[in-house]
Design a protein around this ligand. Structure first.
Ligand SMILES: Cc1cc2nc3c(=O)[nH]c(=O)nc-3n(C[C@H](O)[C@H](O)[C@H](O)COP(=O)(O)OP(=O)(O)OC[C@H]3O[C@@H](n4cnc5c(N)ncnc54)[C@H](O)[C@@H]3O)c2cc1C
Length: 418
């Protein structure tokens, strides 16, 4: 069998794979990107129809190109985001092959480099960058048996309200996906129950600046590790309808029924933890602490930004918070569908290397593994909080390209020296 040889093989043609390609090219390093479907496939087929970016167009992009249709302060729809990456691949002339899946990667025995099996043949690569996404495998906790007659789906399979049977809906998880889907269903006239766990909810904007700007100037996108105890805390933001602050009390006022963290289901009865008020209070505290930090920054830097005292008003607790539902009979509540907005896991079963921890996550330092020539890109918190976001991955790719160039230099010397 013909074996193709490449210097660096990048697996995945999402934003991470493209950022990697740009920086490898800029360093004069030959490479190939393999994408099993289409460029930025997840933005096309693994997001709901109405999704827009959570960050404004000026912020959630690569430095070298603006969004063509959405203005800087707008939130690009998901198709525009996908189109953006297709155009970007053309702009940087990325050497990308679509429709080719990598099925196995293993290090050579006794020599550097990797043997890569793909749906289109075998490749040998000196370096491999796994850029297969931070959010790969939908996670649905095994709480509700499949035979209850209730339609269950993960948020990545949700498209629009018309996809669900008539009736009420339970959305589990109140991060950005869960809360946006719950809001869309409520606006479509559905009775919606939303199970709210620990979360942060920054203001969409404060004193005339988007929260993405505030997190930037306050250095919070650059945090290198999660604060202890915050590992399972999700962030609830939305760019929908021009962007608005997630305020759970306001959603309850509009008719949404909030419940605590989902604990279990027995004989068609869901049970929820008694933590709803506490989760909302913690979300409020994170919200108010960002306002405090923003005010302090304005004062310290003498910025001329309009004051916004009304942003500090926290509404009264709605009835569903003061009298929380702990048990809910799904049939009695008319619930016909459950949407699990409960996050994602990873699957690196195709990568035969001893670099994973007990939970299957890669061990690495800023994407560099202990196995020479093997790198990861696009992991959550790869180098900092911003790592899995469009703009953050671009900076991580730059770092990795530098590492690959350095390794290339040493190997080139070795070969030239004989
Ligand atoms: C609902 C949602 C909304 C988001 N909104 C924003 C936002 O507004 N702003 C922002 O900055 N970030 C956002 N993100 C986060 C992040 O930008 C996206 O998750 C983004 O898709 C990650 O890009 P990536 O290239 O790292 O991974 P992916 O987009 O997952 O790309 C990986 C690619 O690898 C391919 N692949 C996987 N395995 C193989 C294989 N074995 N062989 C070949 N190809 C393979 C896949 O087909 C895929 O195209 C959002 C995430 C989600 C889930």
């Amino acid at each position: 069998m013909q074996v193709e040889k490449v210097d660096t093989l990048v697996i995945g043609g999402g934003q991470a794979g493209l950022a990697m390609s740009e920086h490898l090219s800029a360093s004069g390093l030959s490479h190939l990107v393999l994408e099993r479907h289409r460029i930025a496939e997840r933005w096309r087929s693994e997001r709901w129809d109405s999704l827009v970016a959570n960050g404004p167009a000026w912020h959630d992009r690569f430095p070298g190109m603006t969004f063509p249709r959405t203005g800087p302060d707008g939130f690009p729809p998901k198709e525009e985001v996908a189109d953006y990456f297709v155009a970007y691949a053309e702009k940087i002339a990325a050497p990308i092959r679509c429709g080719v899946a990598v099925t196995k990667v293993e290090p050579h025995a006794g020599r550097p480099g990797f043997r890569v099996e793909t749906s289109a043949g075998v490749i040998e690569a000196d370096n491999v960058v796994a850029a297969t996404g931070p959010f790969q495998v939908p996670l649905i906790p095994s709480v509700v048996p499949a035979d209850t007659g209730i339609q269950q789906m993960h948020s990545s399979a949700y498209r629009n309200p018309g996809q669900l049977p008539a009736g009420a809906v339970l959305v589990v998880g109140a991060g950005s996906s869960g809360v946006q889907i719950a809001d869309e269903l409520m606006r479509a006239g559905r009775r919606v129950y939303l199970s709210v766990g620990p979360h942060e909810r920054p203001p969409r904007a404060y004193r005339g600046r988007d929260f993405c700007w505030w997190l930037g100037v306050l250095g919070l996108w650059d945090l290198e590790t999660r604060e202890p105890g915050m590992e399972h805390v999700t962030i609830a933001v939305s760019g929908a309808h021009g962007g608005y602050t997630i305020d759970f009390r306001r959603l309850a006022e509009m008719g949404m029924i909030l419940v605590g963290r989902t604990e279990g289901c027995r004989d068609g009865v869901m049970s929820f933890a008694p933590d709803l008020a506490e989760n909302l209070a913690r979300g409020d505290a994170s919200y108010l602490s960002l306002l405090d930090a923003a005010d302090a920054f304005v004062a310290a830097n003498g910025l001329d930004l309009p004051e916004e005292p009304e942003a500090r008003r926290i509404g009264p607790d709605p009835d569903c918070v003061t009298h929380p539902i702990r048990q809910l009979n799904l049939a009695d509540a008319g619930i016909t569908a459950i949407i699990w907005a409960t996050g994602f896991g990873v699957d690196y079963s195709w990568l035969k290397a001893d670099i994973f921890d007990e939970r299957g996550r890669p061990r690495h330092v800023r994407g560099v593994t202990a196995l020479p020539g093997l790198y990861f890109l696009g992991l959550p918190w790869q180098s900092r909080r911003g790592s899995s976001f469009i703009w953050g991955v671009w900076h991580d790719a730059k770092f990795l390209a530098d590492r690959i160039a350095t390794r290339h230099k040493y190997m080139a010397y070795h070969e030239a020296a004989g």
